[in-house]
Design a protein around this ligand. Structure first.
Ligand code: OOG
Ligand code: MG
Length: 257
């Protein structure tokens, strides 16, 4: 095991994402614990900010058993969302921007008031201005989509794109909504919002706690993705992907090439 400077790892992760080229896992060659991995993530996203991107929220990851089982990591993680990752609903998407992208159904929260630290579900929801169906495009920069916990954290928790549907009243019950992910009109994954920590609000509570550990808070106007409710599905050229969430509507995109 050798030591690599955190800034060097941040550059490697950032370059992998920017150039859409696979990188080797850090943990197979280098020492990297979870705290340092979050430092690498912050440095890597800092490079994007320097290039003009803006933080627009956070994504929670591995908040459902389906997701944990698919990638073999069973800790809740988070990552940063920037404006460059936001895709328009129905927009065409080109595979050339990604290494090996997948899509997964998510629930999104729109923050109306700041939130951070240890909060209850009621306190968390009091800070929310809207809830929506969302699709996240994840793209691990690691070869074969394989990683250990510190690797995925350093790689901004595989975040690469997201689409958010119409915002709904935050009083809409979201604890047990049916969810379906259809590819070219055929349902491929089904689930419930209850798969997300028993209730997606718990994911928001975790987000408030975890960003606080990084000295941050969820800011008004930020979007929080609660985490995939089902396993993620690989994207293929020419296919359309649509996510439907009971009460919250649909969201999706088409992969062009
Ligand atoms: C890690 C990111 C997990 C989610 O919603 O659980 C995630 C991965 O699966 O590559 O975004
Ligand atoms: Mg996700």
């Amino acid at each position: 095991m050798t030591r690599l400077a955190l800034a060097q790892m941040a550059e490697i992760a950032d370059d992998g994402a920017r150039r859409a080229t696979a990188i080797a896992q850090f943990t197979t060659e280098h020492e990297l614990d979870v705290a340092d991995a979050y430092a690498v993530q912050a440095l890597s996203i800092g490079r994007r900010i320097t290039r003009g991107e803006r933080i627009v929220g956070v994504k929670m990851g591995l908040t459902s058993r389906a997701k944990m089982a698919q990638v073999g990591v069973d800790s809740v993680i988070w990552g940063r969302l920037t404006d460059a990752m936001l895709l328009a609903d129905g927009a065409p998407l080109s595979l050339s921007r990604y290494v090996h992208p997948r899509v997964e159904p998510e629930i999104a929260f729109l923050m109306e008031r700041p939130l951070g630290g240890k909060v209850t579900g009621m306190e968390a929801m009091a800070a929310v201005g809207g809830v929506a169906a969302a699709a996240e495009v994840i793209d691990s920069r690691y070869e074969d989509f394989r990683f250990a916990l510190p690797d995925v954290i350093a790689d901004n928790s595989s975040s690469s794109g997201f689409v958010v549907g119409d915002w709904h009243d935050p009083a809409t019950p979201i604890d047990n909504l049916g969810i379906a992910l259809a590819v070219d009109g055929r349902i491929q994954e089904v689930g419930s919002s209850a798969a997300i920590l028993g209730n997606p609000v718990r994911s928001l509570v975790e987000a408030a706690r975890m960003v606080d550990e990084a000295g941050l808070r969820l800011e008004p106007g930020w979007i929080v993705l609660a985490g995939g409710a089902t396993a993620a599905v690989s994207l293929t050229a020419g296919s359309s992907y649509r996510i439907s969430v009971e009460s919250l509507g649909r969201v999706g995109f088409t992969v062009t090439d």
